[in-house]
Write a protein that binds this ligand. Structure first.
Ligand SMILES: *Cc1c(COP(=O)(O)O)cnc(C)c1O
Length: 414
Protein backbone atom coordinates (compact mmCIF):
# COMPACT_ATOMS: atom_id res chain seq x y z
CA UNK A 1 0.00 0.00 0.00
CA UNK A 2 1.21 3.54 -0.67
CA UNK A 3 2.39 5.47 2.37
CA UNK A 4 0.13 8.37 1.43
CA UNK A 5 -2.57 8.77 -1.17
CA UNK A 6 -2.06 11.26 -3.93
CA UNK A 7 -4.80 13.56 -5.21
CA UNK A 8 -4.80 15.47 -8.49
CA UNK A 9 -7.49 18.04 -7.90
CA UNK A 10 -7.77 21.01 -5.63
CA UNK A 11 -10.93 21.40 -3.52
CA UNK A 12 -11.92 24.16 -6.00
CA UNK A 13 -12.18 21.48 -8.73
CA UNK A 14 -9.15 22.74 -10.69
CA UNK A 15 -5.96 20.77 -11.32
CA UNK A 16 -3.07 20.98 -8.89
CA UNK A 17 0.07 22.80 -9.89
CA UNK A 18 3.55 22.53 -8.40
CA UNK A 19 5.20 25.77 -7.34
CA UNK A 20 8.92 25.86 -6.58
CA UNK A 21 10.84 28.31 -4.50
CA UNK A 22 13.73 29.27 -6.77
CA UNK A 23 15.07 31.96 -4.46
CA UNK A 24 18.76 31.45 -3.87
CA UNK A 25 19.45 29.95 -7.31
CA UNK A 26 21.98 31.83 -9.36
CA UNK A 27 21.71 31.62 -13.18
CA UNK A 28 25.47 31.24 -13.71
CA UNK A 29 25.67 28.47 -11.10
CA UNK A 30 22.80 26.57 -12.76
CA UNK A 31 24.31 26.92 -16.24
CA UNK A 32 27.58 25.51 -14.96
CA UNK A 33 25.88 22.67 -13.10
CA UNK A 34 23.77 21.65 -16.13
CA UNK A 35 26.81 21.82 -18.37
CA UNK A 36 28.90 19.62 -16.08
CA UNK A 37 26.15 17.02 -16.06
CA UNK A 38 26.36 16.64 -19.85
CA UNK A 39 29.32 14.35 -19.20
CA UNK A 40 27.36 12.01 -16.87
CA UNK A 41 26.75 8.49 -18.15
CA UNK A 42 25.24 5.87 -15.85
CA UNK A 43 23.79 8.16 -13.16
CA UNK A 44 20.28 9.69 -13.06
CA UNK A 45 21.87 13.00 -14.10
CA UNK A 46 22.69 11.55 -17.50
CA UNK A 47 18.95 11.89 -18.20
CA UNK A 48 17.81 14.94 -20.16
CA UNK A 49 15.11 15.36 -17.53
CA UNK A 50 16.96 14.76 -14.26
CA UNK A 51 19.86 16.92 -15.44
CA UNK A 52 17.53 19.76 -14.40
CA UNK A 53 16.36 18.12 -11.16
CA UNK A 54 16.66 21.37 -9.18
CA UNK A 55 13.96 22.94 -11.38
CA UNK A 56 11.73 19.85 -11.55
CA UNK A 57 11.65 17.79 -8.36
CA UNK A 58 14.49 18.83 -6.01
CA UNK A 59 13.03 17.02 -2.98
CA UNK A 60 13.17 13.53 -4.49
CA UNK A 61 16.09 11.41 -3.32
CA UNK A 62 18.15 9.93 -6.16
CA UNK A 63 17.45 6.32 -5.13
CA UNK A 64 13.78 6.79 -6.10
CA UNK A 65 14.53 7.97 -9.64
CA UNK A 66 13.17 5.65 -12.34
CA UNK A 67 14.95 6.67 -15.52
CA UNK A 68 15.81 5.44 -18.98
CA UNK A 69 18.08 8.39 -19.72
CA UNK A 70 15.17 10.04 -21.52
CA UNK A 71 15.49 13.42 -23.22
CA UNK A 72 18.91 14.06 -24.80
CA UNK A 73 17.10 14.26 -28.13
CA UNK A 74 18.33 15.84 -31.35
CA UNK A 75 17.77 19.39 -32.51
CA UNK A 76 17.90 19.62 -36.29
CA UNK A 77 17.61 22.00 -39.20
CA UNK A 78 16.51 20.82 -42.63
CA UNK A 79 16.47 22.49 -46.03
CA UNK A 80 13.29 20.64 -46.95
CA UNK A 81 11.49 21.99 -43.90
CA UNK A 82 12.83 25.49 -44.52
CA UNK A 83 11.45 25.42 -48.06
CA UNK A 84 8.16 23.92 -46.99
CA UNK A 85 7.47 26.42 -44.22
CA UNK A 86 8.96 29.40 -46.04
CA UNK A 87 11.13 30.27 -43.08
CA UNK A 88 14.91 30.55 -43.30
CA UNK A 89 15.62 29.91 -39.66
CA UNK A 90 13.60 26.93 -38.52
CA UNK A 91 14.63 23.94 -36.46
CA UNK A 92 12.93 20.92 -34.93
CA UNK A 93 13.38 19.25 -31.55
CA UNK A 94 12.94 15.51 -32.06
CA UNK A 95 11.24 14.30 -28.87
CA UNK A 96 10.39 11.34 -31.07
CA UNK A 97 13.89 10.08 -30.20
CA UNK A 98 12.89 9.33 -26.60
CA UNK A 99 13.20 5.71 -25.37
CA UNK A 100 9.52 4.84 -25.89
CA UNK A 101 9.29 7.07 -28.95
CA UNK A 102 7.44 10.13 -27.67
CA UNK A 103 7.81 13.19 -25.43
CA UNK A 104 5.58 11.48 -22.87
CA UNK A 105 8.79 9.96 -21.44
CA UNK A 106 9.94 13.39 -20.23
CA UNK A 107 6.97 13.58 -17.88
CA UNK A 108 6.49 9.90 -17.18
CA UNK A 109 9.91 9.37 -15.59
CA UNK A 110 8.97 11.98 -12.98
CA UNK A 111 5.41 10.72 -12.36
CA UNK A 112 6.49 7.08 -11.93
CA UNK A 113 9.42 8.10 -9.71
CA UNK A 114 7.05 10.12 -7.53
CA UNK A 115 4.48 7.30 -7.34
CA UNK A 116 7.18 4.76 -6.43
CA UNK A 117 8.54 7.09 -3.76
CA UNK A 118 5.07 7.12 -2.17
CA UNK A 119 5.01 3.31 -2.25
CA UNK A 120 2.57 2.76 -5.11
CA UNK A 121 2.92 -0.52 -7.02
CA UNK A 122 -0.04 -0.10 -9.40
CA UNK A 123 0.05 2.62 -12.03
CA UNK A 124 -2.62 3.63 -14.50
CA UNK A 125 -3.52 5.95 -17.35
CA UNK A 126 -6.01 6.35 -20.13
CA UNK A 127 -4.42 7.04 -23.43
CA UNK A 128 -4.61 7.24 -27.19
CA UNK A 129 -1.40 5.19 -27.03
CA UNK A 130 1.78 7.14 -26.30
CA UNK A 131 1.12 7.81 -22.63
CA UNK A 132 0.34 4.13 -22.17
CA UNK A 133 3.47 2.88 -23.92
CA UNK A 134 5.58 5.27 -21.89
CA UNK A 135 3.90 4.28 -18.62
CA UNK A 136 4.17 0.57 -19.41
CA UNK A 137 7.90 0.97 -20.08
CA UNK A 138 8.68 2.85 -16.85
CA UNK A 139 6.42 0.64 -14.72
CA UNK A 140 8.33 -2.41 -15.94
CA UNK A 141 11.68 -0.77 -15.21
CA UNK A 142 10.40 0.04 -11.72
CA UNK A 143 9.15 -3.55 -11.18
CA UNK A 144 5.63 -2.21 -10.83
CA UNK A 145 2.33 -3.01 -12.56
CA UNK A 146 0.57 -0.91 -15.16
CA UNK A 147 -3.14 -0.94 -16.00
CA UNK A 148 -4.05 1.14 -19.02
CA UNK A 149 -7.42 2.09 -20.49
CA UNK A 150 -7.44 2.53 -24.25
CA UNK A 151 -10.36 3.62 -26.47
CA UNK A 152 -11.36 0.89 -28.94
CA UNK A 153 -11.46 3.27 -31.93
CA UNK A 154 -9.34 5.90 -33.69
CA UNK A 155 -6.06 4.90 -32.08
CA UNK A 156 -2.86 3.55 -33.57
CA UNK A 157 -2.47 -0.19 -33.13
CA UNK A 158 1.33 0.17 -33.07
CA UNK A 159 1.08 2.05 -29.78
CA UNK A 160 -1.25 -0.47 -28.19
CA UNK A 161 1.00 -3.35 -29.25
CA UNK A 162 4.04 -1.56 -27.84
CA UNK A 163 2.15 -1.10 -24.56
CA UNK A 164 1.25 -4.80 -24.43
CA UNK A 165 4.80 -5.77 -25.26
CA UNK A 166 6.16 -3.86 -22.26
CA UNK A 167 3.84 -5.96 -20.12
CA UNK A 168 0.92 -3.68 -19.35
CA UNK A 169 -2.57 -4.91 -18.58
CA UNK A 170 -4.60 -3.26 -21.33
CA UNK A 171 -8.34 -2.59 -21.03
CA UNK A 172 -10.04 -1.59 -24.25
CA UNK A 173 -13.28 0.35 -23.77
CA UNK A 174 -15.88 1.81 -26.07
CA UNK A 175 -15.65 5.56 -25.67
CA UNK A 176 -13.17 8.38 -26.10
CA UNK A 177 -10.03 9.45 -24.25
CA UNK A 178 -12.25 11.94 -22.42
CA UNK A 179 -14.47 9.14 -21.10
CA UNK A 180 -11.35 7.33 -19.89
CA UNK A 181 -10.21 10.39 -17.92
CA UNK A 182 -13.62 10.66 -16.27
CA UNK A 183 -13.48 6.97 -15.34
CA UNK A 184 -10.07 7.35 -13.68
CA UNK A 185 -10.99 10.58 -11.89
CA UNK A 186 -13.87 8.69 -10.34
CA UNK A 187 -12.35 5.31 -9.53
CA UNK A 188 -8.55 5.43 -9.34
CA UNK A 189 -8.23 6.18 -5.62
CA UNK A 190 -10.68 3.48 -4.69
CA UNK A 191 -8.72 1.01 -6.86
CA UNK A 192 -5.40 2.10 -5.33
CA UNK A 193 -4.06 3.22 -8.70
CA UNK A 194 -1.55 6.02 -9.20
CA UNK A 195 -2.74 8.06 -12.21
CA UNK A 196 -0.11 9.03 -14.78
CA UNK A 197 -2.22 11.16 -17.09
CA UNK A 198 -1.38 14.81 -17.51
CA UNK A 199 -3.79 15.72 -14.69
CA UNK A 200 -0.80 14.54 -12.63
CA UNK A 201 1.27 17.70 -11.96
CA UNK A 202 4.56 15.75 -11.85
CA UNK A 203 4.12 14.90 -15.54
CA UNK A 204 4.01 18.62 -16.27
CA UNK A 205 7.14 19.25 -14.19
CA UNK A 206 9.05 16.61 -16.17
CA UNK A 207 7.87 17.92 -19.52
CA UNK A 208 9.31 21.35 -18.70
CA UNK A 209 12.70 19.76 -19.36
CA UNK A 210 12.01 19.85 -23.12
CA UNK A 211 12.36 23.61 -23.26
CA UNK A 212 15.22 23.59 -20.72
CA UNK A 213 17.16 21.24 -22.97
CA UNK A 214 16.40 23.30 -26.08
CA UNK A 215 17.61 26.43 -24.28
CA UNK A 216 20.77 24.73 -23.07
CA UNK A 217 21.59 23.32 -26.53
CA UNK A 218 21.11 26.79 -28.03
CA UNK A 219 23.35 28.36 -25.40
CA UNK A 220 20.38 30.00 -23.63
CA UNK A 221 19.15 31.95 -26.66
CA UNK A 222 15.77 30.79 -27.89
CA UNK A 223 14.14 31.37 -31.30
CA UNK A 224 11.35 33.91 -31.59
CA UNK A 225 8.62 31.28 -31.92
CA UNK A 226 8.08 27.82 -30.42
CA UNK A 227 5.41 25.70 -32.10
CA UNK A 228 3.75 22.85 -30.22
CA UNK A 229 0.84 20.51 -31.03
CA UNK A 230 -2.18 20.57 -28.67
CA UNK A 231 -4.22 17.54 -27.62
CA UNK A 232 -4.76 17.28 -23.87
CA UNK A 233 -2.62 20.46 -23.74
CA UNK A 234 -0.10 19.17 -21.20
CA UNK A 235 2.84 19.83 -23.47
CA UNK A 236 1.70 23.39 -24.14
CA UNK A 237 1.22 23.88 -20.39
CA UNK A 238 4.68 22.57 -19.55
CA UNK A 239 6.23 24.68 -22.30
CA UNK A 240 4.75 27.88 -20.88
CA UNK A 241 5.72 26.95 -17.35
CA UNK A 242 9.25 26.01 -18.36
CA UNK A 243 9.72 29.23 -20.29
CA UNK A 244 8.56 31.21 -17.31
CA UNK A 245 11.03 29.35 -15.05
CA UNK A 246 13.90 30.07 -17.43
CA UNK A 247 12.97 33.73 -17.61
CA UNK A 248 12.42 34.27 -13.90
CA UNK A 249 15.72 32.52 -13.11
CA UNK A 250 17.54 34.79 -15.55
CA UNK A 251 18.61 31.85 -17.75
CA UNK A 252 17.01 33.51 -20.80
CA UNK A 253 16.32 37.20 -21.19
CA UNK A 254 13.37 37.06 -23.57
CA UNK A 255 10.34 34.76 -23.69
CA UNK A 256 9.56 33.44 -27.18
CA UNK A 257 5.99 33.48 -28.48
CA UNK A 258 4.20 30.13 -28.43
CA UNK A 259 1.86 28.83 -31.15
CA UNK A 260 -0.38 25.89 -30.20
CA UNK A 261 -1.57 23.86 -33.20
CA UNK A 262 -4.67 21.67 -33.04
CA UNK A 263 -6.17 19.34 -35.64
CA UNK A 264 -9.33 20.83 -37.14
CA UNK A 265 -11.42 17.80 -36.16
CA UNK A 266 -10.40 18.16 -32.49
CA UNK A 267 -9.87 21.84 -31.85
CA UNK A 268 -12.00 22.95 -28.89
CA UNK A 269 -9.17 25.05 -27.46
CA UNK A 270 -8.47 26.88 -30.69
CA UNK A 271 -12.20 27.58 -31.11
CA UNK A 272 -12.47 28.97 -27.59
CA UNK A 273 -9.50 31.29 -28.10
CA UNK A 274 -10.54 32.29 -31.60
CA UNK A 275 -14.10 33.09 -30.57
CA UNK A 276 -12.90 34.83 -27.41
CA UNK A 277 -15.00 32.58 -25.19
CA UNK A 278 -14.33 32.34 -21.45
CA UNK A 279 -15.01 28.61 -21.15
CA UNK A 280 -14.06 25.64 -23.28
CA UNK A 281 -16.93 23.82 -25.00
CA UNK A 282 -15.98 20.14 -25.23
CA UNK A 283 -16.34 18.39 -28.56
CA UNK A 284 -18.13 15.07 -27.91
CA UNK A 285 -16.99 13.42 -31.15
CA UNK A 286 -13.42 14.51 -31.92
CA UNK A 287 -12.14 13.13 -35.22
CA UNK A 288 -8.64 13.41 -36.65
CA UNK A 289 -6.16 10.99 -38.24
CA UNK A 290 -3.57 12.44 -35.85
CA UNK A 291 -4.65 10.06 -33.09
CA UNK A 292 -2.55 11.73 -30.37
CA UNK A 293 -4.59 14.89 -30.92
CA UNK A 294 -7.98 13.18 -30.93
CA UNK A 295 -9.14 14.80 -27.70
CA UNK A 296 -12.38 16.77 -27.38
CA UNK A 297 -12.15 17.85 -23.75
CA UNK A 298 -8.52 18.71 -22.92
CA UNK A 299 -8.06 18.56 -19.13
CA UNK A 300 -5.28 21.17 -19.06
CA UNK A 301 -7.02 23.92 -21.03
CA UNK A 302 -6.93 26.45 -18.17
CA UNK A 303 -3.21 25.94 -17.67
CA UNK A 304 -2.61 26.20 -21.41
CA UNK A 305 -4.45 29.50 -21.42
CA UNK A 306 -1.85 30.67 -18.93
CA UNK A 307 0.85 29.74 -21.46
CA UNK A 308 -0.82 31.91 -24.09
CA UNK A 309 -1.02 34.83 -21.67
CA UNK A 310 2.58 34.55 -20.49
CA UNK A 311 4.05 34.18 -23.97
CA UNK A 312 1.77 36.41 -26.05
CA UNK A 313 0.84 33.11 -27.67
CA UNK A 314 -1.60 32.16 -30.40
CA UNK A 315 -3.57 29.11 -31.55
CA UNK A 316 -4.31 27.69 -34.97
CA UNK A 317 -5.94 24.59 -36.42
CA UNK A 318 -4.92 22.57 -39.49
CA UNK A 319 -6.66 19.90 -41.55
CA UNK A 320 -5.65 16.24 -41.63
CA UNK A 321 -4.53 16.69 -45.25
CA UNK A 322 -2.18 19.50 -44.21
CA UNK A 323 -0.89 17.36 -41.35
CA UNK A 324 -0.14 14.34 -43.54
CA UNK A 325 1.50 16.45 -46.25
CA UNK A 326 3.71 18.13 -43.64
CA UNK A 327 4.51 14.75 -42.13
CA UNK A 328 5.67 13.48 -45.52
CA UNK A 329 8.14 16.39 -45.63
CA UNK A 330 9.46 15.71 -42.12
CA UNK A 331 9.81 12.01 -42.95
CA UNK A 332 11.55 12.72 -46.24
CA UNK A 333 13.97 15.05 -44.46
CA UNK A 334 15.27 11.97 -42.64
CA UNK A 335 14.03 13.15 -39.27
CA UNK A 336 10.59 11.54 -39.28
CA UNK A 337 7.62 11.90 -36.94
CA UNK A 338 4.08 10.72 -36.34
CA UNK A 339 1.10 12.73 -37.66
CA UNK A 340 0.37 14.71 -34.45
CA UNK A 341 3.92 16.10 -34.45
CA UNK A 342 3.67 17.25 -38.05
CA UNK A 343 0.76 19.51 -37.09
CA UNK A 344 3.48 21.92 -35.93
CA UNK A 345 5.07 22.08 -39.38
CA UNK A 346 1.66 22.43 -41.07
CA UNK A 347 0.75 25.15 -38.58
CA UNK A 348 4.01 27.01 -39.11
CA UNK A 349 3.55 26.93 -42.89
CA UNK A 350 0.09 28.41 -42.40
CA UNK A 351 1.29 31.13 -40.05
CA UNK A 352 4.09 32.15 -42.39
CA UNK A 353 1.78 32.24 -45.42
CA UNK A 354 -0.66 34.42 -43.47
CA UNK A 355 2.28 36.63 -42.43
CA UNK A 356 1.46 36.15 -38.75
CA UNK A 357 5.04 34.89 -38.55
CA UNK A 358 7.43 37.00 -40.58
CA UNK A 359 9.83 35.27 -43.00
CA UNK A 360 12.74 36.88 -41.16
CA UNK A 361 11.75 35.47 -37.78
CA UNK A 362 13.07 32.22 -36.33
CA UNK A 363 10.98 29.29 -35.13
CA UNK A 364 11.34 25.88 -33.54
CA UNK A 365 8.82 23.05 -33.87
CA UNK A 366 8.54 20.34 -31.23
CA UNK A 367 8.19 16.93 -32.87
CA UNK A 368 6.41 14.84 -30.30
CA UNK A 369 6.31 11.25 -31.58
CA UNK A 370 8.21 8.73 -33.68
CA UNK A 371 7.68 7.84 -37.35
CA UNK A 372 7.01 4.18 -36.51
CA UNK A 373 4.28 4.96 -33.99
CA UNK A 374 1.62 4.98 -36.68
CA UNK A 375 2.15 2.69 -39.64
CA UNK A 376 -1.57 2.81 -40.59
CA UNK A 377 -1.15 6.41 -41.67
CA UNK A 378 2.05 5.60 -43.55
CA UNK A 379 0.22 2.88 -45.43
CA UNK A 380 -2.70 5.21 -46.11
CA UNK A 381 -0.50 8.04 -47.38
CA UNK A 382 2.13 6.18 -49.34
CA UNK A 383 0.33 3.10 -50.57
CA UNK A 384 -3.38 3.83 -50.84
CA UNK A 385 -3.49 7.54 -51.41
CA UNK A 386 -0.49 8.15 -53.56
CA UNK A 387 -0.98 7.42 -57.26
CA UNK A 388 2.76 7.62 -58.03
CA UNK A 389 3.74 4.60 -56.02
CA UNK A 390 3.71 1.21 -57.61
CA UNK A 391 4.60 -0.61 -54.43
CA UNK A 392 1.03 -1.77 -53.98
CA UNK A 393 1.16 -3.72 -57.22
CA UNK A 394 4.72 -4.90 -56.98
CA UNK A 395 5.59 -7.18 -59.86
CA UNK A 396 8.43 -9.64 -59.66
CA UNK A 397 11.11 -8.70 -62.17
CA UNK A 398 13.84 -10.85 -63.54
CA UNK A 399 17.34 -9.72 -62.64
CA UNK A 400 17.98 -8.27 -66.09
CA UNK A 401 14.71 -6.30 -66.21
CA UNK A 402 15.34 -5.05 -62.67
CA UNK A 403 18.80 -3.88 -63.72
CA UNK A 404 17.47 -2.04 -66.76
CA UNK A 405 14.63 -0.32 -64.90
CA UNK A 406 16.76 0.76 -61.96
CA UNK A 407 19.49 2.02 -64.28
CA UNK A 408 16.95 4.22 -66.02
CA UNK A 409 15.54 5.64 -62.76
CA UNK A 410 18.91 6.14 -61.07
CA UNK A 411 20.28 7.71 -64.24
CA UNK A 412 17.46 10.24 -64.21
CA UNK A 413 18.24 11.27 -60.64
CA UNK A 414 21.96 11.84 -61.07
C1 LIG B 1 0.41 13.28 -26.32
C2 LIG B 1 0.84 13.68 -27.64
C3 LIG B 1 0.51 14.93 -28.19
C4 LIG B 1 -0.38 15.90 -27.49
O1 LIG B 1 0.21 16.43 -26.33
P1 LIG B 1 -0.73 17.01 -25.21
O2 LIG B 1 0.13 17.24 -24.05
O3 LIG B 1 -1.79 15.97 -24.96
O4 LIG B 1 -1.35 18.25 -25.78
C5 LIG B 1 1.04 15.27 -29.42
N1 LIG B 1 1.81 14.42 -30.11
C6 LIG B 1 2.12 13.21 -29.64
C7 LIG B 1 2.97 12.33 -30.45
C8 LIG B 1 1.66 12.80 -28.39
O5 LIG B 1 1.98 11.59 -27.94
Amino acid sequence: MPSSEFFYHCTCGGLLDIVHDFRGYDAEYLKRLFKERLSERMTPYASGVWRYKELIFPELSDEHIVTKYEGNTGLYASELIEKYTGLKRVSVKAQSENPSGSFKDNGMTVAVSHGKSLGYENFTCTSTGNTSSSLAMYASIANANSYVFVPDKDISMNKVLQTLAYGANVFSFSGTYDDGIQFLEKHSNELGLYVCNSINPFRIEGQKSIIYEIAQYLDWELPEWIIVPGGALSNATALGKGLYDLYSLGLINKIPRVAIVQAKGASPFHKMVNEEKKELTPEPFPKTRASALNIGNPPSWKKALQTLKQTDGITISVTDEEILDAKAIVDKSGIGCEPASAATIAGLRHLVSKQIIDKEESALCILTGNLLKDTDNLRYYHLENNPCTSFKNTIQYSNLTLYNISKKIIGKNT
